[in-house]
Design a protein around this ligand. Structure first.
Ligand SMILES: NC(=O)c1ccc[n+]([C@@H]2O[C@H](COP(=O)([O-])OP(=O)(O)OC[C@H]3O[C@@H](n4cnc5c(N)ncnc54)[C@H](OP(=O)(O)O)[C@@H]3O)[C@@H](O)[C@H]2O)c1
Length: 239
């Protein structure tokens, strides 16, 4: 596909984010990849994204600077692909660094990005990478952070796409996440049986997806004018 517009990608250094930057550039979209200014890999990411023809922005995660930057950039699309893990939250805690738990990152930074997007005129489309299983009243902190973001997004006055994949994983993930890989393998094996028994639709919806496939799907739906304010599962996102 080819598309026109200007995308701002938050979480660009992640497993999904880096593939979204690549997919956007492959589609010919002007792309600004956000890398946090304190990233130890800022220079490396600047080189990697420049090689794809994307620009790196390292505005700090602070309310006014982020809002002013987005207002100046006037993106047509904002991708919110951030997320922490329990291990990262623990490491930040032990290092005496600012909180990096689901509340601070998955909710807090994504909500800050949404407020920044609301200040842009005309308002960009907001593409939010949520997760399968998000439901009101959940006691799970990871899902609860997404419930809050989704609630705010639906009332924000921006057009949005909410993506709900189950496991996002593949051999190409740099970070070792054995529990996630194992969970995806077991789940995919069970779903393959379901698929052979006639449940192809269930298999397509709930089986794991790679970062690259999800990224191509996210870019495709983000630029599809017929998909406005939609919530999509993996079967609708495989690219
Ligand atoms: N993995 C799954 O199975 C799955 C399934 C459904 C949904 N999701 C969700 O999809 C999203 C992206 O997943 P992913 O696998 O691409 O994640 P990932 O590889 O862990 O990348 C996370 C991104 O968030 C940024 N980030 C994390 N903590 C931060 C902090 N304290 N301050 C600023 N930036 C921070 C990272 O930046 P740095 O590189 O600078 O740390 C990175 O760009 C997450 O919200 C995840 O929960 C994942």
């Amino acid at each position: 596909m080819s598309a026109s517009g200007r995308a701002f990608v938050a979480g660009a250094t992640g497993y999904v984010g880096r593939e979204v930057v690549a997919a956007l550039r492959a589609a010919g979209v002007e792309t600004v990849a956000h890398v946090r200014p304190d990233s130890p890999r800022l220079a490396e990411w600047t080189r990697r994204f420049a090689a794809l023809g994307a620009t790196v922005d390292s505005t700090p995660w602070e309310e006014a600077p982020l809002r002013d930057r987005l207002v100046a950039l006037t993106p047509t699309h904002v991708f919110a692909l951030l997320g922490t893990t329990r291990a990262r939250a623990r490491a930040a805690d032990q290092a005496g660094a600012p909180a990096a738990d689901y509340e601070a990152v998955d909710y807090g930074l994504t909500a800050m990005l949404l407020r920044a997007a609301q200040a842009v005129g005309p308002r960009p489309r907001f593409v939010y990478l949520s997760a399968a299983g998000v439901r009101e009243g959940t006691g799970n902190a990871y899902l609860a952070a997404r419930v809050r973001v989704e609630r705010e997004l639906r009332g924000a006055g921006v057009h949005y796409v909410i993506a709900r994949p189950a496991f996002v994983t593949g051999d190409d993930r740099e970070e070792s996440r054995p529990a996630e890989r194992w969970g995806a393998m077991v789940g995919d094996a069970a779903l393959a049986v379901v698929g052979r028994l006639g449940g192809r639709a269930l298999e397509a919806r709930w089986s794991s997806i790679t970062g690259a496939s999800l990224a191509r799907g996210l870019v495709r739906v983000a630029f599809d004018p017929t998909l406005v304010d939609v919530e999509l599962f993996a079967d609708q996102l495989r690219g």
